[in-house]
Write a protein that binds this ligand. Sequence first.
Ligand SMILES: *Cc1c(COP(=O)(O)O)cnc(C)c1O
Length: 360
Amino acid sequence: MKFINQVEPVYGKEEVKAVNEYLHSGGWLMEFKKTQEFEQAIGRFTGTKYCSVVSNGTVSLFIALKSLGIGHGDEVIVPDITMAATPNAVILSGATPVFVDIEEESLCLDVRKVERAITKKTKAVMHVSLNGRAGELSKLKKLCRNKKIHLIEDAAQSLGSFYRGKHIGTYGVIGSFSFSVPKIITTGQGGALITDNLKLHEQIKRLKDFGRLQGGADFYEQIGWNFKFTDLQAVIGIEQMKKLKKRIIRKKKIFKLYQELLSKIKIVKFIKTDLKQTTPWFVDIFVPQREKLMVYLKENQIGSRIIYPALHSQPVYNIMKGNYSVSKKVAASGLWLPSAVSLTDRQIKYVCQKIKEFFQ
Ligand SMILES: *Cc1c(COP(=O)(O)O)cnc(C)c1O
């Protein structure tokens, strides 16, 4: 039997054909028309005016912070459970990440605890819609407006997920996506920033291109870097975007099937998830004896992955204390099951059968 990966990139003959055609067309590989086409597709899908794609979803967060003038001496609130890229982008900007606990219902920032963590130095909150769930995004937006701080959305896991009918990533002043391999669409590496603010969009474009207004125009009013995309990746991205609607349907079906098949094992807990709005990126379950289950699954040719740690507990951030009761609990029991869009119903049934066996 073939090993069932927890996640894998999915692409087919459409991508092969597009890359082949592009290379035969004599394209220059670098960011150009295909990249613009990819950006337009993301803008259209999310219902945003402007989109800039960049090298990955970590530098997109960095650029988001820099475009808002955030850096040394500033504080940025981030959830205690997220990918390390969220706080690390804050550190790269020169600012300090302030970890705040999450709420158990959505795994997103606890807005009441955010309010308590705001200081004179707080310049932004980075909301992470973990696994496509939005939490109390409206409340958070209101709080940020009242406190005059920026709301940035790390929506890396949320392409295809909505909140109150609007695409996630459009509530913040800037929304950020990632196209790394585990994400719902992939270009190998890649990130995107969406915004409705033209001035910010122009600033983002300058920052990702050495600070200049235009390639070849070497006149510098500000510092910038090189976080540009490539047309070679964009031709893959364009094909992946065409498949997004189908993938959204499949991801929801995968989540639902797991939920149904595991419903009889009371020990396996799911987060209540509104599949009309949320496209679960990964299937997340919460169980005791998680490490043993993971080993058992692996012995049976099934990949799984332990959810992110509570970041405050990681030696590198050197925080350790604070009120993180929910994130500690979640980090101690969360497990991601196989979740690739290529997963078949038969494979899901097999995985659930093995989980049943383990707990019997
Ligand atoms: C994937 C991810 C990132 C980082 O994106 P990369 O493209 O891998 O740099 C950031 N934040 C979250 C929540 C992610 O899931």
